[in-house]
Design a protein around this ligand. Sequence first.
Ligand SMILES: Cc1ncc(COP(=O)(O)O)c(C=O)c1O
Length: 358
Amino acid sequence: MGIESLARPEILAMKPYSSARKEAPGEGILLNANESPWTLIDEPGALNRYPDPQPAVLLSRLAGLYSVPEENLLVTRGSDEGIDLLTRVFCRAGRDAILQCPPTFGMYKIAAQTQGAEIISVDRIAGDGFRLDRQAVLDTLRDNRQAKLVFLTSPNNPTGDVIDPDFLRELLQLTREQSIVVLDEAYAEFSDQPTAISLIDEFEHLVVLRTLSKAWASAGLRCGVVIAQPVLINLLRRVIAPYPLPSPVVELALRMLEKPVLKKQKKSLKRLQSNKQFLLESLRGLSFIREILPGEANFVLIRVNNPDEVLTFCADHGVIIRGFPADPMLADYLRISVGSESDLSALLVAFEEWERSK
Ligand SMILES: Cc1ncc(COP(=O)(O)O)c(C=O)c1O
């Protein structure tokens, strides 16, 4: 039994839409897609034409970046789209579930709710720095075969902790032929933890999500990558929009992945790392901060008294940080993204003023 048997039967049964560009990939006199024969503005990238659904050059660059064959990749509009596609392909409304470990990234829940899937939450341990409750995750999956997707995040947003590789392997062994394990590595480049990408050869039910939004400084591009065995990639291709990647996005993504930019990226990661150290040292000197979760990503989580007031005070000083008023687990916490040197100085001015006013 392969992972196809985990997909919704309707998805397996349907005949996927075949776009004009898929049938005739852009050679010759193109009179097959109801496009304009010319553009109205002088822009590179043939805006009058539909883009390649999965541009070969971009796939090849990303395959090089993540050290996998191209057939293991699906390029999406950010990881958000990857999460949505997975949920649509594997979860039947009212019957299947996702498993998540809150506090975590909010879009897993939204994707499940949109699809009408149940949400099984195995909460992280609040009194222990929101450590993942590994045993509870394994026990829940042993007792419950309804969870088609298991969402894990490493480093996790907003706690910043990483998944232990032995635990991941144990989980993958337990869930074979039962669930798809989605490891969201949106912040992987900020951490020393090795990626789990190489495990996809061994486990066809593992999916790794990567994105250009964070360490590649390209949140505005909306470019994410699903990495998995071709059988799973082909299932997602059945439901992805015919032309998910706008031509200008593809052009910019290719520029982003050129060698000189890679050098810049490495420098930027180092600078963020040193800014994070500076931020952490400064936060440790402030007594209104009751707990600091440094994590391994480009943000830190802090616990404070009166988080709403701190948030408003910072906003009045022109500095926007993230609060979680709607999440009872995170009600006392604030998340600070590691910014530039001047961003952090402005934040610390506000924090010091807040400290003095108390
Ligand atoms: C853990 C995690 N995964 C995925 C995303 C979304 O990434 P993208 O911008 O690629 O859609 C985010 C965004 O904050 C995130 O924190």
